[in-house]
Design a protein. Structure first.
Length: 67
């Protein structure tokens, strides 16, 4: 009679179609996303501004301690 925990011999050859397919579809989706984003931003300005809070980096005294 069959044992409930007997799953048979291990697999000799694993199928790689599903993982490779998911990976290729992911790469394709990312490429389409980046190309679509580049097409939307083609005519717009791409300037970037970084705002630093007051007193966090600019107000350091000669001793290296913050006021």
């Amino acid at each position: 009679m069959y044992d409930k925990d007997d799953y048979g011999p291990p697999e000799r050859r694993a199928a790689t179609g599903l993982p490779l397919g998911v990976m290729l579809l992911s790469v394709l989706a990312i490429a389409v996303y980046l190309l679509a984003g580049a097409a939307f931003l083609d005519g717009r300005s791409r300037d970037v501004a970084a705002y630093v809070p007051r007193g966090s980096l600019t107000a350091v005294s000669d001793t290296g301690q913050r006021p």
